[in-house]
Design a protein around this ligand. Structure first.
Ligand code: GCO
Length: 457
């Protein structure tokens, strides 16, 4: 797609958040099935067992996307559905669902954009050590080959992972996401092995494509959650706090992926704290595979102020609140920071085709009796962030697309169903889908952009 000057519009979801059918057709438990069964882990004891029942309603959901006029659908494969327990051969019944989905999308003229891993690690692999264990990276590459062999004849866009920061930090350090561990040393090992898994899987996909003469048009990459860190002042302490936050959130992933090295300030401090990145000979060369597409998940930014060092010796900081709108996630709405982030990425990490692979907002939706939601706040969030993204593109950023998060209201991890990000409302009692005002806006904006009513440069 990077050869195509066309700007691509899409919507995004993920397997555990929308599919349901967690016990069907050979799918084995993931760490999120286990985490949801842990008392107190997820709001209201919610689980992804049913979610949006997308597994049984896929054609209807693809028709919704087609009605929006999107070019791309970004979705993830459930590893435990494709390769039960994360080992051995692929599962034909599980793979068949994605076969049908890809065919349904292509029949509607929508490009499938696959994420191989959006957090639903097979529980059996967590039992064997999870992402802190180096072997999991190799299991991931094996799974990638199974997925590519099944779908690579029709799918050209492959991103290995969604937000390794969340998997490592929320899953293994803060314990807020599955598998719910609180072990900083394990978390830093997870950071490295997730990136190693990305490298191994990228190489596997490219080799599999080349062996079949399918390298032309293949685009391989990864999606990162990136945020803009703004120092609260020019004081050395605030500048250092913002640099540490930017390092731990952004550079710890961007540098190895795009420069083939970890940021020295971060790697050095982690080692000093007893949580070294377990790098082995050759690893960084494996991680630094060519990145055709880099997905940017952007939601908000942060004004960073120094705070007293934590009891564990780790640098600490606090956010300085701004007098701006906040979403239902209590995230500040700062579209201008998206422009700044994209300009920084193009300046510091030139090379990939950048895509906004997630951008959207949760608000306390109120539906009328028909299920319609007049979500003007979400419409305005999309408008201002699309404007901000296109402003960056107009200033020379190699931005190739914008995908809204999310097509549907869905399972919002530890918040369960308490937070709605969809541009289409889901009534979880009836599974009725009702496009919100924001869906209508998104469709109109896409049509206007395609008609050249907005400079596409
Ligand atoms: C993420 C994940 C999504 C979330 C969305 C809203 O970026 O955290 O990719 O699964 O649901 O971002 O938090």
């Amino acid at each position: 797609m990077t050869q195509n000057a066309k700007f691509l519009w899409g919507v995004a979801t993920s397997s555990y958040q929308i599919e349901g059918a967690v016990g069907e057709d050979g799918r084995t438990p993931s760490i999120w099935d286990t985490f949801c069964a842990t008392p107190g882990a997820v709001a209201d004891g919610d689980t992804g067992a049913v979610a949006c029942d997308h597994y049984h309603r896929m054609p209807e959901d693809v028709a919704l996307m087609a009605g929006l006029g999107v070019d791309v659908y970004r979705f993830s494969l459930a590893w435990p559905r494709v390769q039960p327990d994360g080992k051995g051969a692929g599962n034909p019944a599980g793979i068949a669902f994605y076969d049908r989905l890809v065919d349904e999308l292509l029949a509607k003229g929508i490009l499938p954009w696959i994420t191989l891993y959006h957090w639903d690690l097979p529980q059996a692999l967590e039992d064997a050590g999870g992402w802190p264990a180096r072997d999991t990276a190799y299991r991931f590459a094996e799974y990638a080959e199974i997925a590519y062999n099944a779908l690579g004849d029709r799918v050209r866009q492959w991103t290995t992972m969604n937000e390794p920061w969340c998997s490592a930090m929320l899953g293994y350090v803060f314990g807020q996401h599955a598998p719910g561990r609180k072990d900083a040393r394990a978390g830093m090992a997870a950071v490295h092995h997730l990136l190693l898994g990305h490298g191994l899987a990228s190489r596997t996909i490219r080799d599999a494509a080349a062996s079949r003469g399918r390298s032309e048009g293949l685009e391989v990459g990864i999606t990162l959650n990136l945020s803009h860190k703004i120092p609260a002042s020019d004081s050395p302490a605030d500048l250092a706090a913002a640099r540490w936050d930017d390092g731990m959130s952004n550079r710890l992933y961007l540098d190895p992926l795009l420069r083939g090295e970890y940021p020295a300030d971060i790697a050095g401090k982690l080692a000093e704290l007893g949580c070294p990145l377990p790098v082995e000979e050759g690893d960084l060369g494996l991680i630094n595979q060519p990145v055709d597409v880099l997905g940017v998940n952007y939601y908000t930014s942060r004004v960073v102020q120094a705070a007293p060092v934590g009891g564990n010796g780790w640098p600490a900081s606090r956010s300085v609140p701004r007098d701006v709108e906040r979403t239902a996630m209590d995230w500040e709405v700062t579209p201008e920071a998206l422009t700044d982030l994209l300009l920084r990425l193009e300046r510091d990490y030139p090379g990939p085709a950048w895509y906004i692979t997630e951008n959207g907002a949760a608000y306390p939706d109120v539906a009328d009796e028909s299920g319609y939601v007049r979500d003007t706040a979400r419409e305005n969030y999309l408008r201002t962030h699309i404007d901000a993204a296109l402003e960056a593109r107009g200033k020379g950023v190699n931005l190739r697309g914008y995908f809204a998060w999310s097509l549907l209201d869905n399972f919002e991890w530890a918040y369960g169903y308490d937070r709605r990000f969809g541009i289409v409302r889901v009534d979880y009692d009836t599974q009725k889908r009702t496009p919100k005002r924001s869906a209508r806006y998104f469709a109109e904006r896409i049509a206007a952009e395609k008609a050249g009513q907005f400079p596409q440069s």
